[in-house]
Design a protein around this ligand. Sequence first.
Ligand code: KIV
Length: 259
Amino acid sequence: MQKTTINSILKRKNKNPIICLTAYSKVIAQIIDKYCDIILVGDSVGMVLYGMKSTKEVKIETMIIHAKTVKEATKKSLVVVDMPYKTYTSKFTAYKNAKLLLKLTKCDAIKLEGGKNIVKIIKYLTKKGIPVMGHIGLLPQTSTNFKVKGRNEKEKKKILEDAKVISNAGVFAIIIECVVEDLAKKITKTVNVPTIGIGASKYCDGQILVTDDILGLSDLSPKFVRKYVNLKKIIEKSVKNYSNDVKTKSFPYLKNIYK
Ligand code: KIV
């Protein structure tokens, strides 16, 4: 078993696609580790597990609990943890919080949302030896509208520029969220670090999705998600069966009791 490293991710530029998923718990991390190169402990945890309205509400303490559990359960994949909203308002707060996150969780890298606006922060963190993954395009922590990005020339230019500057600032990979295909293709051709798409076409160097979305455990189903199973339905059926068994006293059965 070859452990994924920052260097091995960098070498995957223009090679076989980088496989990434999110995890927030031990059991999911254990299952997906074998098939992933990168596991992201995303701040989507706030909406997916806690029913928050946006990722803005997620606190660093929540990220620490989930990231520590995921990292402990992961043997092979690189584990990246999201820095939550308002935890990287300056290079100094970013460094203090990133150091804390990595120290307490033992994760391999942190992820920050933004482009030109956070370039100084990325430069500072990478200079201090903190591996940083970038995130451009649709930015859930700050976006006011959750629409596809790069539909007009002005937006395209801005997002391409964001990709260039954060790549030059030292990120080891860039998540591109919800942008039009030709822009994702252009970014991937332009920057020298791997791009990882979520709703950003097959022209990225890798793909990421929220695990709960592909398992049918969340209510969200944007166009870019492929749902592989409807676990909600399966769970409901199992719970219904259990409920009937208890009602009819067919549970517990002989093999479930102690003598
Ligand atoms: O928080 C998250 O899960 C993410 C992915 C959607 C990329 O940032």
